[in-house]
Design a protein around this ligand. Structure first.
Ligand code: ZN
Ligand code: ZN
Length: 172
């Protein structure tokens, strides 16, 4: 367990930091798995009257690949450090001396650190997050500087998967 700002919020190993809503992430894994199974191993078979053919086999293989890709990107988003800030505890000298920069910085009383222009505090995660976009319970925690790229690719992956499934079911 890692203490951030005097609150125990993140379970941490060397390569994995999960947030306070990790059960919701497991629900998403289950949902993707059920949807994949329904499309690749039920709907496709019903459509082909349970007769094995190259098209049905191809759909199954693509389903499994998409399942791996989508869940891999989901876990990458859920397990990466979103950008937890533990400093600075005093204003950087260049900020303190420049009125324009000074205006953009705030002090977070909960964390005891100074927030740069793109850093905001999350009450769920109880931490200041660099380039915080939003707190996403489905990802278990905040989406910020550290996991934004994985989050975007996760969304691309499931949307492409979804479109593929719709086209495959209705257009063949
Ligand atoms: Zn804070
Ligand atoms: Zn958060």
């Amino acid at each position: 367990m890692r203490r951030v700002c005097n609150h125990v919020i993140y379970r941490e190993s060397k390569s994995c930091i999960t947030g306070p809503h990790f059960p919701a992430t497991l629900f998403v894994v289950a949902f993707i798995s059920v949807a994949t199974y329904f499309f690749g191993f039920v709907a496709v078979d019903v459509k082909t009257n349970f007769v094995e053919n190259p098209t049905a086999t191809r759909h199954k293989v693509i389903c499994i690949l998409f399942w791996c890709l989508t869940n891999g990107l989901l876990m990458a988003t859920a397990c990466k450090d979103p950008g937890i800030m533990t400093g600075p505890t005093s204003l950087p000298p260049n900020v303190a001396s420049d009125p324009n920069l000074y205006e953009q910085w705030r002090y977070c009383e909960k964390c005891g650190i100074y927030q740069g222009p793109k850093t905001r505090h999350c009450n769920d995660c109880k931490a200041c997050i660099a380039e915080l976009d939003h707190h996403c319970p489905w990802m278990s925690k905040c989406v910020g500087k550290g996991n934004m790229r994985a989050f975007k690719w996760f969304n691309v992956s499931w949307i492409v998967f979804f479109i593929y499934a719709i086209v495959a079911l209705f257009n063949e």
